[in-house]
Design a protein around this ligand. Structure first.
Ligand SMILES: O=C(O)CCC(=O)C(=O)O
Ligand SMILES: [Fe+2]
Length: 335
């Protein structure tokens, strides 16, 4: 048994007697109970990186925040590359540039300001470097295991709200977008590119919701409009504890794809930036989403892909993922 495992065993035995001891943050009533039969850890793997306390925190809450993980220098380089893309100085194959509904509809604004999100930057060597940073992959491995695929990449440039609250991101579970499983071997890393807080629309999470199931998602009925692909979870308990993840530049949160999360309005004049990647174990497998709550997103993604790649024949939901995914560690087994 490794040292960490030994420590963990000791800790769990200890916890059986004092459950309150490691509750680093308040959580709702559901989830982890400390019985005389220690529960198996199902959301984290035994690597030597996470402390027992960190593992238990993720098991119970579905996320973990690591301070100061990405250097200022790296973040500044990502920001510069983002600006080059906005100025159209570089052309990146496959890149999706999204514009905020309110801003895109308003009178002329310079390109940089209209961009609310970049997606699929796997062919941009500078931005994709984020997905390969060794200090990130070391954490990712605790959730995915050693064979790691970078499946989905985003740089979010949350614009100042134009008064219609369209800068909000509705509460959702990222697994809604993914036709691969198992969910427990998928993790998102999300790094603040500047200080994020409630004023500029930090992430909001509902701790413990990763232990639930995938819910039905759809466009929320918001008066000001909703950004494309920003589906929201239909029914969740509005009374559930919410945690606002206020972070400094370089801080990184890792979270489970079933964790219900979103982000609030950006009430500042600045563009709140974050960079993120969804990783999955290369041992994951694709599922058929026919007859599931994911049928609506499958339809939308297929339509967008057909237009984007001007294809005559239909592209499957699975293929839209299979060709965007990139191996970043280990062996490409199945995805
Ligand atoms: O950065 C944000 O505002 C949240 C983005 C998010 O959760 C997503 O795009 O899935
Ligand atoms: Fe998300």
């Amino acid at each position: 048994m490794s040292r960490a495992a030994e420590r963990l065993k000791l800790l769990i035995n200890h916890l059986d007697r004092s459950p309150a001891a490691i509750r680093a943050a308040p959580t709702s009533a559901q989830t982890f109970t400390y019985s005389s039969q220690p529960q198996r850890l199902r959301y984290t793997l035994d690597t030597d990186l996470l402390t027992p306390e960190q593992r238990l925190f993720y098991e119970e809450n579905g996320f973990i925040l690591i301070k100061n993980l990405v250097s200022e220098e790296d973040i500044d380089r990502f920001r510069k590359e983002f600006e080059r893309i906005c100025r159209r100085e570089v052309k990146v194959p496959g890149l999706v540039v999204m514009r905020d509904v309110a801003i895109a509809r308003s009178e002329f604004v310079s390109d940089q300001k209209a961009v609310s999100k970049l997606q699929d930057f796997q062919e941009d060597p500078e931005l994709f470097r984020y997905c390969t940073l060794p200090q990130i992959l070391k954490y990712v491995e605790c959730f995915t295991g050693p064979n790691i695929m970078a499946m989905h990449t985003m740089l979010i440039n949350k614009p100042p709200d134009a008064g219609k609250k369209t800068s909000r991101h509705p509460m959702h579970q990222d697994l809604h977008y993914f036709p691969f499983r198992p969910a427990d071997r998928i993790v998102c890393s999300w790094t603040a590119m500047e200080k994020v807080n409630r004023q500029n629309g930090c992430l909001v999470v509902l701790p413990g919701t990763h232990t639930g199931t995938l819910q039905e998602h759809d466009y929320p009925e918001w008066e000001g409009g909703v950004n494309k692909m920003y589906h929201g979870v239909r029914g969740y308990d509005p009374q559930h504890l919410r945690v606002h993840l206020e972070m400094e530049k370089g801080d990184t949160v890792f979270f489970h794809p079933l964790l219900i999360h979103g982000s609030g309005m950006n009430q500042t004049q600045g563009f709140r930036k974050a960079i993120s990647c969804h990783y999955a174990s290369a041992d994951c497998y694709y599922i058929d989403v026919k007859g599931t709550t994911q049928e609506n997103i499958e339809k939308e993604v297929k339509e967008i892909a057909a237009r984007k790649y001007a294809l005559n024949e239909e592209i499957s939901f699975k293929d839209t993922w299979a060709f965007r995914g990139r191996l970043v560690q280990g062996e490409r087994v199945s995805l």
